[in-house]
Design a protein around this ligand. Structure first.
Ligand code: CP
Length: 318
């Protein structure tokens, strides 16, 4: 079976194909009646070992709108709390003959570990600071939609400059977006305090900045990330006030980017820390709620494509 673990495992044409497939669900999701029988009879397990609002709900909604039976396992209420290992949990889920398993876990590599133990496709809903592939795909779809709404429709982002600013060190969203945006032709600038910038990102093709004002200069898109204090151990943790002063996106700072630069944030947001409410709520510039909407379409397309072999349909392109 083919899994969706990381953008690094996808070819550019596969990313474009998944976005193409997601496109059809955007208008469909805006209808009053939203029920398809495409995945009727399939069982999807969402196993979340970390908190989530957007990813869990959108995978659940995506599965249900496609007619599948969707079951959610929250680690806090599971036998993980009684000491069951990740591998035994995977074997247990597999024995229930799920047709797809969606995993979120605090450890990088946990999703691959489970994928190696089960018979059905596994979708990574975020593993530690490794990857969050469906987030990068929904971000790409949201960006495409926003550009199309302005009459700038394009298949990819060739020539565009995207700034990703925040706690890059701990961010699976930053890694997946760096890979996805670059695969689609964008120039990616990563900006963080020195202690929150991982080594090796320049070798991955990113431009590295520690001065947010310099990073914003002439940017087409500004993607803000929160400080992931739950993943920090012994590192420099800036105060919210200090962080906002140096790296918070204010209306004034946004003025350094292109006049029509778009603002993105995967959520959850810490308003007043990495982003001001005034910016987050800008109707003509912020596409944060559009990102959430695109999450359902991308997860519908992902569940459809990955379960095709089990349904006797050809996989990534048909
Ligand atoms: N963007 C994102 O992954 O949000 P959740 O943690 O709420 O799922």
């Amino acid at each position: 079976h083919r899994d969706l673990i990381a953008i690094s495992q996808l070819e550019r044409h596969e990313i474009l194909y998944l976005l193409h497939e997601a496109q059809q669900w955007i208008g469909w999701n805006r209808q009053a009646s939203k029920h398809s029988e495409l995945l009727s009879g399939l069982t999807i397990i969402n196993a979340f070992f970390e908190n989530s609002t957007r990813t869990l709900l959108s995978f659940e909604i995506a599965g249900k709108r496609l007619g599948a039976d969707v079951v959610n396992m929250h680690a806090a209420q599971s036998s993980v709390k009684k000491g069951e290992t990740l591998i035994d949990t995977a074997i247990t889920l597999n024995a229930m003959r799920a047709d797809a398993i969606v995993i979120r876990h605090a450890s990088s590599g946990a999703t691959q570990l489970i994928a190696d133990k089960v018979d059905c496709p596994v979708l990574n809903a975020g593993d530690g600071s490794h990857e969050h592939p469906t987030q990068a795909l929904l971000d790409a779809l949201a960006l495409r939609e926003a550009l199309a709404a302005r009459g700038e429709a394009a298949e990819d982002f060739t020539g565009m400059t995207v700034v990703i600013c925040g706690d890059i060190l701990h961010s699976r969203v930053a890694r997946s977006n760096l890979l996805c945006l670059q695969a689609l032709g964008a120039i990616v600038r990563l900006c963080a305090p020195p202690a929150l910038m991982p080594a090796g990102v320049e070798a991955m093709g990113a431009q590295v900045f520690h001065d947010f004002d310099a990073a914003l200069d002439g940017a087409d898109v500004v993607m803000m990330l929160r400080l992931q204090s739950e993943r920090m151990s012994g590192q420099f943790i800036p105060s919210a006030r200090e962080y906002h002063h140096l790296y918070g996106l204010t209306t004034k700072r946004l003025g350094l980017a292109r006049a029509d630069a778009l603002v993105m944030h995967p959520g959850p947001m810490n308003r007043g820390v990495e982003i001001d409410s005034e910016v987050a709520d800008m109707l003509d510039r912020s596409i944060i709620t559009r990102q959430v909407e695109m999450g359902v379409a991308v997860r519908m397309a992902s569940l459809d494509i990955l379960t095709r072999p089990a349904r006797g349909v050809e996989g990534w392109s048909r």
